[in-house]
Design a protein. Structure first.
Length: 60
């Protein structure tokens, strides 16, 4: 399973109210689940960083 697949699996199982919560901080910027999803969907460089860090922290 790819990191992107793992992310989507976790994201879809999150309660809606938790999606606004901060999941990770990158370059001193807090990233919510919703923002992370937008970045992952867009396949941006930030999205790649988010996936790497979430996987390293075993969040996904």
């Amino acid at each position: 399973m790819t990191p992107k697949d793992k992310f989507y699996k976790v994201y879809t199982n999150l309660p809606l109210n938790l999606r606004d919560e901060v999941v990770i901080v990158i370059d001193k910027e807090p990233i919510s689940w919703k923002v992370a999803k937008l970045e992952v969907d867009g396949e941006t460089e930030l999205g790649k960083k988010i996936l790497q860090k979430l996987e390293a922290l075993k969040v996904i």
